[in-house]
Design a protein around this ligand. Structure first.
Ligand code: GDP
Ligand code: MG
Length: 228
């Protein structure tokens, strides 16, 4: 198991060679500025580009998870963490991991068990979110709030944090994008204290393709909400 740390970052990664290095650097900057003991874990989901090389060059621990899926990648990464607080986020440079104080502090101080980012209060840079998602995310989040009895506003924000002890009470079964919904449902079901904080969604300036497929992934969220 190795020694306990203050913070672990878990970044699911599928072909993000242009951005993963920057994300690792930003996470490390937060760790250093706050004098924490920390680690950055990149879960490689079968990338065929230079993601693994870039992640290693920037000093991340790389965990391979060849079975595809956003949820699968994160779940595998979580098993390898050593931090008392775990921050999860995309490595596509849309979240600035230098500004994780609002995620880390309430968990480290015991105020909450889980903190979910809210891009609608944090701000969405122009072009960072397709117009359809600006309608779909609030709609699916509303469905999720009704179904799971929580006040979470942005069910699909990729930036979120959880304590190690809370994680032990959560159960996951999903493997795809619907994991972001399951994560909140599971926290609410376990009676955990869920906080929310503004998260800025940056526009990715590098050449990259979003892996999210609007309709199939949107339907997977809806299906999860309806059937669990
Ligand atoms: N969609 C998707 N993303 C994956 C997968 N495996 C790892 N990822 C990573 O999960 C994060 C979320 O994907 P992204 O395309 O940014 O989705 P979006 O933020 O909802 O547009 C990125 O860091 C991806 O590299 C996968 O199988 N599918
Ligand atoms: Mg993303």
């Amino acid at each position: 198991m190795g020694k306990r740390l203050d913070i672990s970052y878990v970044m699911p990664c599928l072909n993000e060679e242009t951005t993963v290095g920057q994300c690792i650097d930003e996470a490390k900057a937060f760790i250093k500025e706050n004098a924490l003991r920390g680690e950055v874990i990149v879960v490689d989901n079968g990338s065929t580009d230079g993601s693994v090389k870039a992640a290693l060059a920037h000093g991340a621990r790389v965990i391979p998870e060849p079975r595809r899926g956003y949820g699968r990648a994160i779940r595998t990464g979580l098993k390898h963490t050593r931090g008392s607080v775990i921050v999860i986020g995309d490595c596509d440079s849309t979240y600035d991991f230098r500004h994780c104080g609002n995620f880390y502090r309430p968990l480290a101080e015991g105020e909450y068990d889980v903190v979910i980012g809210d891009r609608f209060s944090g701000g969405i840079e122009s072009g960072a979110m397709p117009p359809l998602h600006k309608l779909g995310v609030p709609f699916l989040s509303w469905c999720g709030r009704m179904r799971f009895g929580t006040g979470v506003r942005d069910f699909h924000c990729g930036l979120r944090a959880v304590t190690r002890s809370a994680l032990a009470k959560m159960r996951f079964r999903t493997t795809g994008m619907e994991f972001s919904t399951e994560f909140i449902a599971s926290a609410a079901g376990a009676g955990l204290r869920i906080g929310q904080t503004p998260a800025v969604l940056r526009r990715c300036t590098k050449k990259r393709q979003s892996k999210l497929r609007t309709f199939p992934d949107g339907l997977r969220h809806l299906e999860y909400i309806l059937t669990h």
